[in-house]
Write a protein that binds this ligand. Structure first.
Ligand SMILES: [Zn+2]
Ligand SMILES: [Zn+2]
Length: 334
């Protein structure tokens, strides 16, 4: 399976957490957490359409300013999601700057901010031309675990405990479209951006009898197919990819249960491992996991692969110990 999502941690595991998730063949990405994002080139930052912030401790939210700085003056809608209190946090950030020239931009940026509560969300828009002052009251909607949805994928959240509410996040493809190379060769087609249009047509449940045209570089004429026919020859449908991101959580019974359920059968689980298990008292005090607890949670939830991050600086040059501890817990889980 060639994954549709190619997640990568923005920084090394000793630096601020953040997961950048670009989409295959699309100039588009979502991001989980906004710590220091200076490691992302501006061209990648500009791909971000949706940002999800687990909680607003500085190491997870300081990158908001940089994101805003890069996007300002562009005709773009940027959606941000965060935990309870998020609207106030974002408003606080926005009111920290002077916007008297903001209405002069030719290309106005619009921020759509959503705060996630236990069973509802509150959303509010802030437009550059209004100097980022909200003109309407927040809109309340029921929340059933899915924060955002498109035909091809959904992003869900769960509220976890970090001595404050903290969001666990997951992106899940609805199903995965595998492209069969031999099928392409038989039809004399080369891979290219048309494949994402083709996949999108399948996610949109377009009528299989509809015409689908494939244009390729260097060839003036387009090849025409019936969508269903083409799908039968070049595609195989398998279950969708699931990527889960868990950080800044205390190892409590309630978190264990919620995380196990939420991360169930992830293809890839990103999970914090701030401390070593010998320092688990410290981990509990600060509302974090140890590497061993991270490995156990990965095993319990049946994650096919997992990656640990958010290491405490006290283990500088000893990261191999953290990896080892997590892997042993994962492998030896009953
Ligand atoms: Zn943190
Ligand atoms: Zn934190």
């Amino acid at each position: 399976m060639r994954p549709s999502f190619h997640p990568r941690l923005i920084n090394d595991p000793f630096n601020d957490p953040g997961l950048f998730i670009p989409f295959l063949f699309q100039k588009r990405a979502v991001v989980f957490d906004l710590g220091n994002i200076h490691g992302l080139p501006a061209k990648d930052i500009l791909k971000i359409s949706h940002a999800f912030v687990t909680h607003t401790h500085m190491d997870h939210f300081i990158g908001f300013d940089h994101l805003l700085r890069i996007m300002l003056g562009r005709e773009k809608i940027l959606s941000l999601f965060g935990p309870p209190g998020f609207l106030k946090n974002v408003e606080g950030k926005l009111s920290g700057y002077t916007w008297n020239l903001a209405d002069k931009y030719n290309y106005p940026l619009c921020l759509q901010i959503t705060e996630v509560q236990q069973d509802f969300t509150l959303s509010r828009n802030y437009r550059c031309q209004d100097r980022f002052e909200a003109l309407q009251d927040p809109v309340r909607q029921p929340f059933d675990g899915i924060l955002y949805e498109e035909p091809a994928f959904s992003i869900s959240a769960v509220i976890l405990d970090h001595q404050i509410p903290c969001l666990g996040l997951a992106v899940k493809e609805r199903f995965h479209v595998n492209i069969i190379k031999e099928g392409l060769q038989c039809l004399d087609l080369a891979p290219g951006p048309w494949l994402s249009e083709f996949k999108q047509a399948l996610y949109d449940e377009t009528d299989p009898a509809a015409k689908f045209e494939v244009g390729m570089p260097g060839r003036p004429d387009k090849k025409r197919f019936e969508l269903g026919n083409l799908a039968g020859q070049i595609a195989r449908i398998t279950p969708g990819q699931k990527i889960t991101y868990i950080t800044d959580v205390v190892y409590s019974e309630s978190n264990r249960e919620k995380i196990t359920e939420f991360a169930r059968d992830s293809d890839l689980l990103f999970i914090e491992a701030v401390f070593m298990d010998k320092d688990r008292e410290l981990a509990r005090d600060k509302g974090h996991l140890t590497a061993r607890q991270a490995g156990e949670l990965a095993a319990r939830s049946g994650a096919k692969q997992f990656k640990i991050f958010h290491f405490s600086p006290r283990y500088t040059d000893q990261e191999n110990l953290l990896y080892q501890e997590a892997l042993e817990a994962y492998k030896n889980f009953p």
